[in-house]
Design a protein around this ligand. Structure first.
Ligand code: CP3
Length: 354
């Protein structure tokens, strides 16, 4: 594999000094880019795009052609695992993801197929290898998975949800069924992320999008415990380099202390948490990634720049910050505003590293 030319992102994840704050955007390849919409139309639908390594590679690289980003993220989805477990993932236009089957009982859990990372999910590993070759060392490639809890919500509800009616009922009334499901998911996620690392992912992120919907004790028992187990089961070095792990719980600002003890190298933050407070809580245990409100990208370039400056100052001087949005970029953002954001980080951050 080609020598890595830009290791700013990996260094910051390990809290090593850098010349400026590295930057990437969650969901940086996606519908806000006209070139993405064009490739998706060629592929037919979203899942065909994920399952074809050349298409997945093409859209992974699209944001890098436009902006001076410091990392690429594998183009795929967190719902590949439940799909491979036999639930039948599909996308209804404008409706988001849906599953043909749901998981509501112990019998449903026991009927799940335990997916193999190289067989059922081999198409993801092909995409990782293809993207690494195309990147040719330009920036590191991030692999990812959903957290067991977040995946479980989609599997139990049969798609996205606002109140998690069935998942919460299961958690409170039948915790043993929930734990059996989370246990299977944790095993699948560990194997899946390790396979991505073997295939060439140079850092991995666990997306716990719905952890923030849990109560204080339930977060530890049903989300963090399983993410910690996964972190402990990951291959933390490959090809002579450390492979850092990022945990991102949306709405998890009050649990950073416990998250920092998981063994992860970095924590992702949404915009409801102050970086100053977060840094005080975690000390030198982990790096911090975030945390601009993605809706700031609807504002003017001047206002975006102001917000970038504010967040850089909020983290302050020194290593251990990766700039990102606090959640995925919205589909109606003007690509030029995303450009203004990335450029502001590139221009304004060097003074925090002198
Ligand atoms: O970051 C990237 O550029 C990599 C690709 C990526 C996608 N999904 C592509 C995608 C990543 C990292 C994800 C993660 C993901 N998927 C999460 C966790 C992160 C988060 O945003 O909270 C979740 C919860 C999902 C589940 C999922 N997949 C939903 C809810 C949707 C529909 C959402 C929407 O924006 O309408 C998807 C589909 C999806 N995944 C799209 C993309 C680009 C849109 C598909 C399309 O219509 O082209």
């Amino acid at each position: 594999m080609a020598e890595l030319k830009n290791d700013r992102f990996l260094r910051a994840l390990m809290r090593q000094p850098v010349d400026r704050t590295p930057v990437w955007m969650m969901r940086q390849a996606g519908r806000y880019l006209p070139e993405y919409r064009e490739t998706r139309a060629q592929a037919g639908d979203f899942l065909s795009l994920c399952k074809n390594a050349d298409f997945a590679c093409e859209v992974t690289l699209q944001p890098l052609e436009r902006y001076p980003l410091d990392a690429a993220i594998l183009f795929s989805d967190i719902l590949t695992i439940p799909d491979a477990m036999g639930l039948g993932l599909y996308f209804e236009t404008g409706e988001g993801p849906r599953f043909e089957k749901t998981v509501r009982t112990m019998a449903d859990v026991e009927a799940l197929h335990q997916p193999s990372a190289d067989g059922d999910l081999g198409y993801v590993m092909n995409a990782v290898g293809t993207i690494r070759r195309a990147l040719n060392g330009r920036v590191p490639l991030i692999g990812f998975s959903g957290s067991p809890w977040t995946l479980a919500t989609y599997m139990i509800e049969g798609g996205g949800s606002k109140d998690f009616r069935f998942a919460k009922a299961m958690l409170y009334d039948q915790p043993e069924v929930m734990h059996a499901l989370l246990d299977r998911l944790a095993r699948a996620v560990t194997e899946y992320l390790n396979a991505q690392i073997e295939a060439g992912a140079q850092a991995v992120q666990i997306f716990d999008t719905w952890g923030g919907a849990l109560s204080h004790p339930a977060y530890r028992e049903f989300s963090l415990a399983y993410m910690s187990r996964i972190v402990k089961g990951l291959k933390r070095s490959h090809d002579g380099r450390t492979v850092p792990v990022i945990l991102f719980t949306k709405g998890g600002g009050q649990w950073l202390d416990a998250m920092a003890d998981s063994g992860a190298d970095a924590l992702g933050l949404d915009w409801t948490t102050s970086l100053t407070d977060a840094r005080q809580h975690v000390g030198d245990r982990v790096a911090l990634q975030g945390n601009m409100d993605p809706s700031v990208l609807y504002a003017s370039p001047d206002r975006i720049r102001e917000e970038v400056e504010r967040i850089l100052a909020e983290y302050g001087k020194g290593a251990g910050h990766i700039f990102n949005l606090g959640h995925g970029i919205h589909q109606f953002v003007d690509p030029d505003r995303a450009g203004a954001f990335v450029e502001a980080v590139v221009e304004l951050s060097p003074k925090y590293h002198r």
